[in-house]
Structure formats: C-alpha cells, structure tokens
Design a protein around this ligand. Structure first.
Ligand SMILES: [Cu+2]
Length: 275
C-alpha cells in the first residue's frame, strides 16, 4: 500500500518508478553505464535494507516483553562483533570497485577523437570552436553567443566528441542535463576535457552550472545532435563563411536555424521574466 501510494501520489509512471530516482534518460553511451551502476547500487541497498528490516521485525516479535524479568544480556560476542565489522567493509568495497570502474570509463580520454570542440566560456555566454575545421580564409570554424542569440552547438551522433574547455574570466561549468554530465570550465590556462558519444539525435538545452555572476542563469546554449551526413553539410556550409543559422538551414536541420529549447534573455532592466 505504502509503495503504491508513493508511486501514485508522486505522479510517477511505472517506468520512472523502476528507475529508482534516476533523473532522466541519458543520450550518451556513458550515461547508460552510470544508469547500470545506479540500478546495481539501489538493488544492493534494497537487499541490505530488507535483511535489516527482517532482523528488526523478527526481534520485535520474537523477543517482545513477556514479563518484568530482565532477559539474559549478551556482550562481547566475538563472531557477531566481527561479522558486523567485516560485512559493511565488504559492502563498501564492492560499491567502490564498480564505482571506480564506471567512473574511469566515463572519464576516459582516448587518442584520435572523431570531432573536437573547443568550448570557451565568458561572462555570460559561450563560444564553440571546431579547431580541426578551417574556413576559406583560414579561420577556425566557430559559433559565438550574444545577448540576442543563443549559440547552437552542432555535433554528430555515434561519433566520439572531445570537448576542450577554457574560460576567459571566472569559473563556469558546461552542463547539458541529458548528457548526465557536467564539467567546470576554468580560467588561467587550466584546460579541462572530456569525451562523449551521443546516441540520440535532438535539440537539448545547455546551461552554465557554476554561479558566475549577475546573468549566470541566462547563460544558456543549445546542443544539436545530428546525423553524420547533416553534420558534414553543416561544417561545409560554415567553411564557406555562413553564419550558424544559415548553415543549419543549408544542412536541412529539422529544428530550424535558432535554438528551440531556450531563448535569448531580455536585456531590458525593466524585464521581470526569467529564462
Ligand atoms: Cu557561467
């Protein structure tokens, strides 16, 4: 009854209930490994929990008060003392082992990524450069956000993308919720990096996840994961000197030239609307 009430009253679907609090479907292969770790940990916790509840209820019922006489007091029972010292250590060892494996896998930087994106964060927007792609005049292909333009970061699906991160002023954090991953962007030549392979096409809102000043909450961008062929068309259009919206139209992106998951903020000081 209690479990059913929690599921029904919280408005969770059955599918969500069996995610045991996992936030959203990730779109990368890395997020699937993290999901598996989460489910494994929850099942381990439930097994321990059910065992402990069973012991509690058994003690409550089997040894309930039957009279005024004090029952025999057991102390210094070595087997039990050793058992409840060793068992928790075993439990955390197993959790640590699998966490370390998944973490090093999610964090892995392999040689020769398919696509490299240089993320440059600044107060309060983003610049995305493709260092391997140069246009006709020898300039690196890039997209820069402005107060009236949400930068759209176009990347291909099913290819390993390496993100290199630099900040021009303070610490920001690159976060696309659907990646189930975020990483701080540091100033001062400390370059963070990570790699993902995105498996699901779509438009996803990206945010700054590190409080970086007045307009931190407006520091949004959009990630477009597109098929390889469309990505190639987009890059070819950018190399000809097109703007990112024009290149998205030229590549035939179904989501259109401008961000669809977020919008530019109103720079008017009288504006009261949030992003
Ligand atoms: Cu920021």
């Amino acid at each position: 009854m209690a479990v059913a009430a929690v599921v029904v009253l919280s408005g969770c679907s059955v599918d969500q209930a069996f995610r045991f609090g996992w936030p959203i479907d990730g779109i990368t292969d890395q997020s699937k490994r993290m999901f598996d770790l989460w489910i494994g940990s929850v099942i381990a916790a439930l097994v321990v929990g059910v065992f402990v509840w069973a012991l509690i209820f058994w003690c409550v019922i089997r040894y309930r008060k039957r009279g005024e006489e004090l029952p025999p007091q057991t102390r210094y029972n070595m087997p039990i003392e050793i058992l409840y010292s060793v068992l928790p250590f075993l439990v955390i060892s197993v959790l640590f082992y699998y966490t370390a494996i998944v973490e090093s896998d999610v964090d892995k930087i392999k040689p020769n990524p398919d696509v490299t994106v240089h993320v440059v964060a600044f107060k309060w927007n983003w610049e995305f450069e493709y260092p391997d792609e140069k246009d006709n005049s020898g300039q690196v292909v890039k997209t820069i956000g402005a107060s009236d333009y949400v930068p759209v970061l176009v990347v291909p699906t099913h290819e390993r993308i390496r993100f290199l991160e630099d900040s021009q002023d303070v610490i920001h954090s690159f976060w696309v919720p659907e990646l189930l991953f975020k990483r701080d962007v540091f100033p001062g030549g400390v370059q963070n990096k990570f790699e993902v392979t995105i498996e699901k096409e779509g438009a996803y809102v990206g945010r700054c996840a590190e409080l970086c000043g007045t307009y931190h909450s407006e520091m949004n961008f959009e990630l477009r994961a597109v098929p390889q062929a469309e990505y190639a068309k987009f890059i070819a259009a950018k190399k000809q000197g097109m703007s990112t919206p024009d290149a998205l139209v030229a590549a035939g992106d179904p989501n259109g030239p401008l961000a669809v998951k977020t919008h530019p903020f109103d720079t008017s000081r009288d504006s009261k609307t949030a992003s």
